[in-house]
Write a new protein. Structure first.
Length: 190
Protein backbone atom coordinates (compact mmCIF):
# COMPACT_ATOMS: atom_id res chain seq x y z
CA UNK A 1 0.00 0.00 0.00
CA UNK A 2 1.32 3.40 -0.98
CA UNK A 3 1.92 6.01 1.71
CA UNK A 4 -0.24 9.15 1.72
CA UNK A 5 1.26 12.35 0.27
CA UNK A 6 1.94 13.76 3.73
CA UNK A 7 4.23 10.84 4.60
CA UNK A 8 6.53 11.14 1.59
CA UNK A 9 8.67 13.88 0.05
CA UNK A 10 9.97 15.00 -3.31
CA UNK A 11 8.63 13.59 -6.55
CA UNK A 12 6.55 10.95 -4.76
CA UNK A 13 4.70 13.70 -2.86
CA UNK A 14 4.21 15.78 -6.00
CA UNK A 15 2.84 12.75 -7.85
CA UNK A 16 0.38 11.93 -5.07
CA UNK A 17 -0.80 15.54 -4.86
CA UNK A 18 -1.36 15.51 -8.63
CA UNK A 19 -3.37 12.30 -8.20
CA UNK A 20 -5.48 14.01 -5.53
CA UNK A 21 -5.99 17.02 -7.79
CA UNK A 22 -7.16 14.68 -10.57
CA UNK A 23 -9.50 12.87 -8.19
CA UNK A 24 -11.03 16.18 -7.14
CA UNK A 25 -11.50 17.21 -10.77
CA UNK A 26 -13.10 13.86 -11.63
CA UNK A 27 -15.37 14.01 -8.58
CA UNK A 28 -16.34 17.57 -9.50
CA UNK A 29 -17.28 16.55 -13.03
CA UNK A 30 -19.37 13.69 -11.62
CA UNK A 31 -21.11 15.90 -9.05
CA UNK A 32 -19.55 14.19 -6.03
CA UNK A 33 -19.88 16.43 -2.96
CA UNK A 34 -17.61 14.73 -0.40
CA UNK A 35 -14.29 12.92 -0.44
CA UNK A 36 -13.65 10.86 2.69
CA UNK A 37 -10.03 11.39 3.68
CA UNK A 38 -8.90 8.67 6.09
CA UNK A 39 -6.51 9.68 8.84
CA UNK A 40 -6.59 6.17 10.29
CA UNK A 41 -4.50 3.03 9.79
CA UNK A 42 -1.85 3.77 7.11
CA UNK A 43 -3.11 7.35 6.89
CA UNK A 44 -2.80 8.09 10.62
CA UNK A 45 -1.00 11.29 11.46
CA UNK A 46 1.99 10.23 13.53
CA UNK A 47 3.72 13.54 14.23
CA UNK A 48 3.55 17.30 13.78
CA UNK A 49 5.69 17.17 10.61
CA UNK A 50 3.12 14.95 8.90
CA UNK A 51 0.31 17.21 10.07
CA UNK A 52 2.10 20.26 8.64
CA UNK A 53 2.75 18.40 5.39
CA UNK A 54 -0.95 17.48 5.21
CA UNK A 55 -2.03 21.09 5.74
CA UNK A 56 0.52 22.43 3.25
CA UNK A 57 -0.52 19.90 0.61
CA UNK A 58 -4.23 20.52 1.09
CA UNK A 59 -3.71 24.26 0.81
CA UNK A 60 -2.45 23.63 -2.74
CA UNK A 61 -5.67 21.86 -3.78
CA UNK A 62 -8.14 24.18 -1.99
CA UNK A 63 -8.81 26.19 -5.17
CA UNK A 64 -9.95 22.94 -6.81
CA UNK A 65 -12.21 22.13 -3.86
CA UNK A 66 -13.80 25.59 -4.11
CA UNK A 67 -14.07 25.42 -7.89
CA UNK A 68 -16.02 22.15 -7.76
CA UNK A 69 -17.81 22.77 -4.42
CA UNK A 70 -16.28 19.61 -2.94
CA UNK A 71 -15.62 19.03 0.73
CA UNK A 72 -12.99 16.78 2.22
CA UNK A 73 -14.35 14.96 5.25
CA UNK A 74 -11.68 13.61 7.57
CA UNK A 75 -12.10 10.24 9.24
CA UNK A 76 -9.82 10.21 12.26
CA UNK A 77 -9.00 8.23 15.37
CA UNK A 78 -8.17 11.38 17.35
CA UNK A 79 -9.88 11.81 20.72
CA UNK A 80 -12.68 14.42 20.66
CA UNK A 81 -10.75 17.51 21.81
CA UNK A 82 -7.78 16.67 19.60
CA UNK A 83 -10.04 16.24 16.57
CA UNK A 84 -11.72 19.57 17.32
CA UNK A 85 -8.31 21.27 17.54
CA UNK A 86 -7.29 19.57 14.29
CA UNK A 87 -10.38 20.57 12.27
CA UNK A 88 -10.74 24.13 13.58
CA UNK A 89 -8.09 25.74 11.31
CA UNK A 90 -9.65 24.21 8.18
CA UNK A 91 -12.31 26.36 6.48
CA UNK A 92 -15.76 24.83 6.93
CA UNK A 93 -16.60 25.61 3.29
CA UNK A 94 -14.26 22.84 2.19
CA UNK A 95 -13.61 20.56 5.17
CA UNK A 96 -15.58 18.57 7.69
CA UNK A 97 -15.68 15.37 9.70
CA UNK A 98 -16.72 11.86 8.71
CA UNK A 99 -18.01 10.46 12.01
CA UNK A 100 -17.64 6.67 12.20
CA UNK A 101 -19.82 5.35 15.03
CA UNK A 102 -18.08 1.96 15.16
CA UNK A 103 -14.54 3.31 15.15
CA UNK A 104 -15.40 5.70 17.98
CA UNK A 105 -17.02 2.87 19.96
CA UNK A 106 -13.99 0.62 19.45
CA UNK A 107 -11.82 3.35 20.97
CA UNK A 108 -14.31 3.83 23.83
CA UNK A 109 -14.96 7.48 22.98
CA UNK A 110 -18.04 9.08 24.54
CA UNK A 111 -20.38 10.14 21.69
CA UNK A 112 -21.82 12.98 23.74
CA UNK A 113 -18.32 14.38 24.26
CA UNK A 114 -17.42 13.90 20.58
CA UNK A 115 -20.53 15.57 19.24
CA UNK A 116 -20.21 18.42 21.73
CA UNK A 117 -16.59 18.97 20.63
CA UNK A 118 -16.97 18.92 16.85
CA UNK A 119 -20.57 18.01 16.02
CA UNK A 120 -21.20 21.07 13.86
CA UNK A 121 -18.39 19.93 11.56
CA UNK A 122 -19.87 16.43 10.98
CA UNK A 123 -20.97 16.11 7.35
CA UNK A 124 -21.13 12.36 6.95
CA UNK A 125 -21.81 9.47 9.35
CA UNK A 126 -20.77 5.83 9.00
CA UNK A 127 -23.23 3.66 10.89
CA UNK A 128 -21.16 0.75 12.12
CA UNK A 129 -20.72 -1.30 15.30
CA UNK A 130 -17.45 -2.63 16.63
CA UNK A 131 -16.24 -4.44 19.68
CA UNK A 132 -14.19 -2.48 22.19
CA UNK A 133 -10.65 -2.46 20.69
CA UNK A 134 -11.95 -5.02 18.19
CA UNK A 135 -13.51 -5.63 14.81
CA UNK A 136 -16.76 -4.77 13.09
CA UNK A 137 -19.78 -6.79 14.24
CA UNK A 138 -23.50 -6.73 13.33
CA UNK A 139 -25.35 -3.64 14.55
CA UNK A 140 -26.31 -3.95 18.20
CA UNK A 141 -23.67 -6.58 19.00
CA UNK A 142 -20.72 -4.33 19.74
CA UNK A 143 -19.65 -1.43 21.92
CA UNK A 144 -21.58 1.24 19.95
CA UNK A 145 -24.69 2.72 21.53
CA UNK A 146 -26.14 3.65 18.16
CA UNK A 147 -29.48 4.96 19.50
CA UNK A 148 -27.57 7.30 21.85
CA UNK A 149 -25.34 8.51 19.01
CA UNK A 150 -28.36 9.15 16.79
CA UNK A 151 -30.03 11.03 19.63
CA UNK A 152 -26.92 13.18 20.13
CA UNK A 153 -26.73 13.89 16.39
CA UNK A 154 -30.41 14.83 16.39
CA UNK A 155 -29.83 17.19 19.32
CA UNK A 156 -27.51 19.32 17.14
CA UNK A 157 -29.84 19.17 14.14
CA UNK A 158 -27.77 16.75 12.08
CA UNK A 159 -29.82 15.86 8.98
CA UNK A 160 -27.15 14.93 6.51
CA UNK A 161 -25.80 11.63 5.20
CA UNK A 162 -25.86 8.25 6.98
CA UNK A 163 -23.95 5.40 5.33
CA UNK A 164 -24.37 1.81 6.48
CA UNK A 165 -20.86 0.44 6.90
CA UNK A 166 -21.94 -2.72 8.62
CA UNK A 167 -20.71 -6.27 9.09
CA UNK A 168 -21.25 -8.59 6.16
CA UNK A 169 -23.75 -11.42 6.21
CA UNK A 170 -22.33 -14.79 7.26
CA UNK A 171 -24.70 -16.57 4.83
CA UNK A 172 -23.92 -14.33 1.79
CA UNK A 173 -27.39 -12.72 2.01
CA UNK A 174 -25.82 -9.26 2.05
CA UNK A 175 -28.87 -7.48 0.60
CA UNK A 176 -31.09 -9.04 3.28
CA UNK A 177 -28.75 -8.06 6.10
CA UNK A 178 -28.38 -4.51 4.77
CA UNK A 179 -32.15 -4.21 4.54
CA UNK A 180 -32.47 -5.43 8.14
CA UNK A 181 -29.81 -2.96 9.32
CA UNK A 182 -31.42 -0.11 7.35
CA UNK A 183 -34.77 -0.83 8.97
CA UNK A 184 -33.15 -0.98 12.40
CA UNK A 185 -31.47 2.41 11.92
CA UNK A 186 -34.76 3.92 10.71
CA UNK A 187 -36.43 2.66 13.92
CA UNK A 188 -33.63 4.13 16.04
CA UNK A 189 -33.94 7.47 14.26
CA UNK A 190 -37.69 7.64 14.95
Amino acid sequence: MQAPFFKVTGKARESLLLDLKNIITSCGLLGVEFIVFPLVDNGRLENSEQEKSLMDGLSLIEPDLRNYSIKIVFESDFPPDRLKDFIDPFPSDNYGINYDIGNSAAMDFDPKEEIKAYGQRILNVHVKDRLLHGTTVPLGQGNADIPKVLEELDSIGYNKIFILQTARAVDDNHAGVLSQFRNQVIEWIK
